[in-house]
Write a protein that binds this ligand. Structure first.
Ligand code: FAD
Length: 310
């Protein structure tokens, strides 16, 4: 029997793979419960870290903080707190950074954030605030010894005049102390590989971790993509065509699409993946399983014992 594609992944690839999971802070008690069920399901896969987003304009400041603190207090996961510069003075943002440092958070995802008026409006830094993401990275590094990750845009950020300008901004963020970038989601791996070539030609050598968005809902993904400047290839639209009222088939197709994407990335040497979970575990868990990751409940228990001893 001729076993297709998957056979190209070697056992050694599986051992080297590292994943991170992105969640958003829940708004309601029901959302909170589903977030924690997802965290419970994904935690035994031992992600490198789990990140928690920061709502537009700092709207989730307290909820992001509470979620990150609960992850620290109740799990063995390493949380990364997202933070933006929008609509806040340096003093306000510095207070958030200090509170995280005090709570034991050792990883921040530093972002400029979207304009207060929404995507498409002109971005104006707060007069007393951090000017951009690079400025924020430098601010974090001045305050505490915290690992800083940043964003990257294989298809260009919608505000940016060119990919070259984007890469200049990425370089400024790295020069300020960022040590990892996670990309905006994309569906054509060739765009990511071309971007990596340009990043590397610019002398940037931090990991540029691909952001993977399993398509939980195609309509919603199309809306996200339009706002994020990510393209939706015709073949992707074709695969979800006619499935608007058929969630069960949509889920199978979504798993197949994401599996194909990550396996191709692995075949090209990619070892780290950042998953946009949308606070749901099932598709992400299945894709990680396919990548060879298995839950390790034993290691988790052992680490809990060690944590309690400290
Ligand atoms: P930056 O690195 O600051 O900029 C991206 C590009 O835009 C650069 O080329 C830069 O030069 C250009 N640019 C920036 N400002 C201007 C300007 N005024 N004029 C012209 N060009 C400009 N958003 C949230 O609100 N909360 C989150 O938790 C969050 N998490 C994210 C996580 C990841 C992994 C990614 C990829 C994005 C996330 N975002 C989040 C979205 C992000 O805040 C927006 O895309 C925002 O518009 C840009 O911030 P940035 O730090 O990503 O971009």
């Amino acid at each position: 029997m001729n076993v297709p594609r998957l056979s190209r992944m070697e056992a050694s690839d599986e051992r080297r793979l590292r994943v991170s999971f992105e969640f958003f802070p829940p708004k309601t008690a029901e959302m909170e419960q589903s977030l924690w069920e997802s965290i419970g399901r994904l935690a035994p896969l031992q992600p490198n870290f789990v990140s928690v987003t920061y709502g537009a304009g700092g709207s989730t400041r307290e909820r992001t903080h509470a979620t990150v603190k609960r992850i620290l207090g109740e799990t063995l996961l390493t949380p990364a707190a997202h933070l933006t510069c929008v609509a806040a003075t340096r003093t306000d943002v510095d207070a958030v950074i200090k509170a995280y440092a005090q709570a034991g958070v050792r990883h921040i995802v530093a972002l400029r954030g979207d304009p207060v008026g929404g995507i498409g409006e002109r971005y104006a830094p707060h007069p007393g605030g951090y000017r951009n993401a690079a400025d924020l990275v430098a601010g974090i590094k001045r305050i505490a010894d915290i690992e800083v990750s940043v964003s990257a845009y294989p298809e260009k950020h919608p505000d940016s005049p060119s990919i070259a300008a984007d890469i200049d901004m990425l370089k400024a963020k790295v020069d300020a102390g960022a040590t990892r970038a996670m990309t905006q989601f994309f569906f054509e791996n060739s765009l990511y590989f071309r971007y990596l070539d340009r990043v590397s030609a610019a002398g940037i050598d931090i990991p540029i971790v691909p952001g993977i968005l399993p398509v939980q809902n195609f309509k919603q993904t199309k809306n996200f993509a339009a706002r994020a400047g990510a393209s939706i290839p015709a073949w992707l639209a074709e695969r979800f065509d006619g499935l608007d009222d058929d969630p069960a088939t949509r889920k199978l197709i979504a798993a197949a699409v994401a599996a194909e994407q990550v396996i191709d990335l692995v075949d090209h040497g990619v070892t780290d993946f950042h998953f946009y979970t949308m606070n749901r575990a099932d598709l992400v868990y299945a894709i990680c399983h396919l990548l060879g990751l298995r839950p390790d409940h034993g290691a988790a228990t052992q680490r809990q014992v060690e944590k309690e001893r400290v």
